[in-house]
Design a protein around this ligand. Sequence first.
Ligand code: ADP
Ligand code: MG
Length: 248
Amino acid sequence: MNEATGSPLLRVEGVSRRFADGDVQALDGVSFSASAGETLALTGPSGCGKSTLLSLIGLLDQPDRGRILIGGQDLARVRQASAFRARHLGFVFQYHHMVPTMTLQENVEAPMLALGLPRAARRDRAAELLQAVGLAPRAGFLPRHVSGGERQRAAVARALANRPAIVLADEPTGSLDSRNGQRVVELLITQARAEGALVLVASHNPEVAAALQRRIALRDGVCVADDRERLRPAPPQGLASVFSSTVR
Ligand code: ADP
Ligand code: MG
């Protein structure tokens, strides 16, 4: 997605969301903006509003107040949410959500159907991504015949299939042990950065959050910290330097 020069790719402006059911103010006036190529963690304890915020950015829900703009476009004005999602957004969830009857290759190809890509282009792109996440030898396997870490790496490949402007990952390591979780996050960061995407990872795990360039902390639906000020200019670089730049 092309954006006007200088304007951030994502702008969240005073966003609130209340759930009548349970009388919960899940988000209360959250604002921040982020640029293409950034890797950003949404942190905070369970129930602080991370998933609600990702759902709003992912056009899976609408705010009661405030607005969200992606590439300058107000999401409230998007007519076809599913087409917008397919074209501009990639999703990684806590559980992989692979189609069980399709091979990893077919699962990674699936989002490209929505863009009308020819078969050969879908096949090549999926093969390239599976290679990048270390799954080339598993491409023809069904999800149940690979490990949990491998399924989640395939989910990362699938999220990137349509070259999204923004990748939204909600507790992407939640179903994995810490070693496999770390690997999934590393791959998500390297691959998304290589493609210039903005990455937003919601995680209550400080280890995961530490791997990203910037952290926004939520408490009871309010943004209580944003360490953007620490952020140094970050040209495309290897993961080692991404990690060293976040070590304090
Ligand atoms: P997190 O992802 O940080 O754990 P959530 O965004 O899932 O937090 O939830 C924030 C608050 O909103 C919690 O109190 C949760 O119970 C509530 N909540 C989330 N989704 C709904 C919903 N669909 N209906 C009612 N309450 C909800
Ligand atoms: Mg959550």
